[in-house]
Design a protein around this ligand. Sequence first.
Ligand SMILES: Cc1cc2nc3c(=O)[nH]c(=O)nc-3n(C[C@H](O)[C@H](O)[C@H](O)COP(=O)(O)OP(=O)(O)OC[C@H]3O[C@@H](n4cnc5c(N)ncnc54)[C@H](O)[C@@H]3O)c2cc1C
Length: 343
Amino acid sequence: MKTLSNYSLKQNNSFAVDSISPLVYCPSSESDLQELADLLPASFYILGEGYNTLLVDSRAPVIIKPEFFGVSIRECDEGYTVSAAASENWHELVLHCISKGINGLENLALIPGSVGAAPIQNIGAYGVELSQYCSEVTWFDFDKQQLTQFTNDECKFSYRESIFKHGLKNKGLITQVTFFFTKKWKPNLSYAGLDDLPTNVSAQAVLNKVIEIRQSKLPDPNELPNAGSFFKNPLLNKADWLELKKLFPDVPSYPQASGHVKVAAGWLIQEAGLKGFEENGVGVHKNQALVLVNYTSNSGGSISTLANTVYNKVYEKFGIQLEPEVRAVFSTGESTLIRLSHG
Ligand SMILES: Cc1cc2nc3c(=O)[nH]c(=O)nc-3n(C[C@H](O)[C@H](O)[C@H](O)COP(=O)(O)OP(=O)(O)OC[C@H]3O[C@@H](n4cnc5c(N)ncnc54)[C@H](O)[C@@H]3O)c2cc1C
């Protein structure tokens, strides 16, 4: 198995901060994974393309960087089964499917990162989540040293959540994700920005529109390092939401099937007076308050301090505890980013 020593991860995280890992394992086969299972230290971090990862310390833990590639497509009367290996690029997969007339993932275009990371937080955008098309996840179990298949139900997907983020965290590694796309495709135009497209629009046209909107709204990590939405949109129960709405009638809110109400975290951050705030070479983006950006810092610690400032200011103003969407990795492994001074 390929290994790298004293490796700088500056090019492997979208905040572009420097952090050195003593050892990086790059498994690319099942036998590599079996070998790896015997070598695993107490703490390690599995890294995809690093678009949802904040390396907080200048030292990183042992890193596992899977290198599994390949896409296969099977057609049947009803639709297509597409299997993609974990290290394939997500957006390339979306483009590949649409170019073959396999529709469904167009709303999820331009989400940066790898296929293997996509089920971890059940990536979602423009009214669609991965869980709507994911039929199976192939996962290597470090204990049993074998591959296991998870059905969609077994993945326990919900908003930015899955079983891989919780009960199975660090117990194994995703090697492949399988999707099923029906031939009876209908566009999902429910989301603002897409709702003015005609109902007979092609998937390619939806894809183009999603790309256009995303490029106009979100800072490109290659130009201004960031990890997209830093915090999740909080889900409030009805009573808490009514209380909030009484005090802040303008709060953008989205009722959920569960009875909860999702509140726009970006709005909370903006109303806490932090839009465009800068300190130590990092800041809250001037147009998208949910995105923390790195202007000039080389240190993940600066982003971590900023995230704590944002958390505390929002809590002081609204009594709402934001939960980071970005994964925080310290020299000792992944841990919680927020030093709770409240709650
Ligand atoms: C500009 C921008 C826009 C974004 N927009 C969206 C959006 O619209 N919707 C959305 O949902 N997300 C969005 N994100 C977040 C990000 O794109 C996703 O979280 C993506 O899945 C990250 O992929 P990655 O390979 O870079 O993951 P990484 O940051 O490398 O890892 C993320 C998590 O996945 C785990 N992981 C990675 N690979 C594997 C594997 N093979 N097996 C097991 N665990 C693994 C890691 O341990 C970590 O916990 C955005 C990010 C950016 C920078």
